[in-house]
Design a protein around this ligand. Structure first.
Ligand code: SF4
Length: 345
């Protein structure tokens, strides 16, 4: 069971004088959400669990919490993202309990191939281990840079699937700690530097440059499929951290200037299934950049990111990953649970 800090949560809720809360959870923490709801109920706080799928801090259910008369929203599994909230929100990030130094030590030979000056990044799950990893690498003679990142991330060195600002520091190569391909491929594409991914669970090290090339080839094929498209659906999401309305409008304008038909579509959860029946030849997703990429197999029409559309229209030559940037980061977030209040409170 993941650490929930339930006593600390209860204390914060009591400070807020909260009588009813909504708990939001990603797929992997549903049991924890149940446990927390049970604990809070026993302590006199009515607890509702949101059954909707939640992918990130970009998707807070604060509007729903307000509608349900909840005094606070508890968001499990992700760290704080700067958003305009409607109710107080308690973030309980999920930190993995795995020793990252062991995997680094096993792969020192590969890490040395990155050069002496390296950028170090990870996802929120391993962020608490980042300092330990940095100290270990420095003892081994590396100059380690941990980028602060912009206002979309909570911690120095943290990357999201839509934001690699913390990786953009002066370094010869980038060392990513974490599992999966999406983040390190994004890092390699965003920095254009050699990127080594170390999986702290398996202890494996993977050079992601080949994977990044494969990724670009697939995306070029998607761009080619949209070549003859005349009618475009331009989609943005009503999820607060994915709503890019201004940019979506610009894309509509751009398409029209290039002689295409374009219509703005707004939806909460973006899936091709929900779009079936519309008469568009292709889509541009101006929301979470993972949607047109991770889910591409399920789309029967070509689906592009805004940067890919620019390639299609001949406005850009080099492939660029679609990122959602934040403003300047003003302060470091506490590593444990954090309470964020709406601006009006
Ligand atoms: S990658 Fe997508 S789901 Fe993850 S934080 Fe960014 S917008 Fe949200």
């Amino acid at each position: 069971m993941h650490e929930l800090h339930e006593r600390e949560v209860l204390e914060k809720l009591r400070e807020l004088n909260a009588k009813r809360v909504l708990i939001q959870t990603p797929e992997g923490l549903k049991k924890e959400a149940q446990y927390l709801a049970d604990f809070l109920e026993k302590n006199g706080i009515e607890s509702l669990i949101s059954g909707d799928i939640n992918y990130g801090a970009c998707d807070p259910a604060d509007r729903e919490a307000k509608m349900l008369g909840c005094d606070a929203l508890i968001h499990l599994g992700h760290s704080y993202m700067a958003l305009n909230l409607e109710v107080p929100m308690i973030f309980i990030p999920a930190f993995a309990k795995v020793d990252v130094v062991k995997a680094l030590s096993k792969n020192l030979g590969e890490i040395k191939k990155l050069g002496k000056k390296i950028a170090l990044v990870t996802t929120v799950q391993h962020i608490r281990e980042l300092n330990k990893a940095k100290e270990f690498l420095e003892k081994e003679g590396f100059e380690v840079k941990v980028g602060k990142g912009d206002g979309r991330v909570s911690f120095p060195g943290q990357v999201l699937g839509c934001n690699f600002s913390a990786a953009k520091v002066e370094a010869e190569g980038v060392l990513f700690i974490g599992a999966g391909y999406f983040h390190p491929v994004g890092v390699a594409l965003a920095t254009k530097k050699p990127t080594l991914a170390i999986n702290p669970y398996s202890g494996d090290a993977i050079w992601v440059d080949k994977e990044a090339e494969r990724f670009i080839r697939k995306r070029w094929a998607q761009i080619a499929k949209a070549y003859d498209a005349k009618k475009f659906g331009v989609i943005t999401s009503t999820k607060k951290g994915q709503l890019r309305l201004g940019e979506a409008r610009k894309i509509v304008k751009l398409l029209k200037e290039h002689g295409k038909d374009a219509q703005l579509i707004v939806m909460n959860h973006i899936s091709y299934q929900a779009l079936e029946g519309f008469d568009f030849d292709a889509y541009v997703v101006v929301a979470c950049p993972r949607v047109p990429i991770d889910d591409v197999e399920n789309w029967r029409k070509p689906v592009l990111t805004p940067r890919e559309l620019e390639i299609l229209l001949g406005l850009r030559e080099d492939y660029e990953f679609d990122e959602i940037t934040g403003g300047k980061r003003v302060q470091d977030e506490p590593m444990g649970i954090s309470l964020k209040l709406p601006k009006s409170l």
